[in-house]
Write a protein that binds this ligand. Structure first.
Ligand code: SF4
Length: 301
């Protein structure tokens, strides 16, 4: 009851103030339901410049809010909980990154979009979980440095054996904690249902899955498939999103990103009422962080 009351207040206030609400696929259902745009980090970042509203309320972790600002610097990006940080993005140490560059002279740094603006600025090209394989395959260099997710890097190496992928030792604890045992239990509970794994899962989990997709890829696959049920190995809220978009059923392990869940309806109401905090980035950092994203987009993959 309180949730419905809060959700209505947030929506009404956002409309009165002319604020667009963006929510990541891992936000709670009540936030997904009231958002103007729901998607993965790239869908949200690409959607920013296209919004008519000058102000955006961003519901997701901080690097995602930063990426919206990087691609739409003219927008005001309200972020309700600035310390909702992605631990994986926070694992990148510039000294380790510099060390990897020195060890592999000439090797480009491919940065997953799940990185801070600083890491993007220190990289040569960005990628998403949907296009990482194609981005790496399309680079002229044989050796590449992949940052920060060792699991996504290992998946890219598996799919592009002709390259040498030097992986940074980062990981997403939400996906890394999913085990083959969880997959077996989900298969037992839902016999015959296809298993779709996110590439941030460990290689041994990929081994026991049927397909590997980004979260948006999972939704597309479900929409186009004749099947009516899916097991999705990713954060549990994606199951709600998949059903909302496709009308089909989805089952996820009990994988929760606590930082995504720091964004609440109450915090959204507060940020609207107080008109802050907003994401502030140095203009020079915006220019440098934008370059590898634009190179990815120019690669058309
Ligand atoms: S799910 Fe993983 S990658 Fe996404 S924000 Fe949470 S910790 Fe970071």
């Amino acid at each position: 009851m309180r949730e419905v009351f809060l959700a209505n207040r947030v929506r009404r206030l956002a409309d009165e103030l002319g604020v667009a609400i963006m929510a990541h696929n891992y936000q709670i259902p009540a936030i997904q339901d009231l958002a103007d745009l729901v998607g993965d980090s790239l869908v949200l970042a690409m959607g920013g410049p296209r919004l008519a509203q000058r102000t955006v309320l961003f519901c997701g972790v901080s690097f995602m809010a930063e990426t919206v600002k990087v691609l739409a610097p003219e927008k005001r990006v309200l972020h309700p909980v600035p310390d909702a940080m992605c631990p994986m993005a926070g694992m990148v140490d510039p000294v380790i990154l510099e060390g990897l560059r020195k060890e592999s002279p000439g090797a480009p740094i491919v940065a997953y979009v799940n990185t801070t603006a600083e890491t993007k600025a220190a990289s040569d090209i960005c990628c998403t979980s949907a296009n990482a394989v194609e981005i790496v395959r399309g680079l002229p260099e044989k050796r590449v440095i992949f940052v920060p997710d060792r699991n996504l890097g290992a998946y890219v190496q598996r799919m592009v054996p002709e390259k040498e992928v030097v992986t940074y030792p980062g990981y997403c604890h939400v996906h890394d904690n999913i085990t083959p045992g969880h997959v077996a239990a989900l298969r037992r509970a839902h016999p015959g249902v296809e298993v779709l794994a996110h590439p941030e899962c460990r290689p041994e989990v990929i081994d026991v899955s049927d397909h590997v997709y980004s979260t948006e890829g999972m939704i597309r696959h479900a929409r186009d498939s004749p099947s009516g049920e899916f097991i999705v190995l990713t954060e549990r809220e994606l199951a709600y999103r998949l059903t909302a978009v496709t009308g089909k059923r989805a089952y996820a392990p009990d994988a929760v990103c606590p930082n995504m869940k720091k964004i609440t309806l109450a915090s959204m109401l507060r940020v609207l009422t107080e008109d802050g905090p907003t994401v502030e980035l140095d203009p020079d950092l915006i220019v440098r962080a934008r370059r590898p994203i634009e190179r990815m987009l120019a690669a058309g993959r």
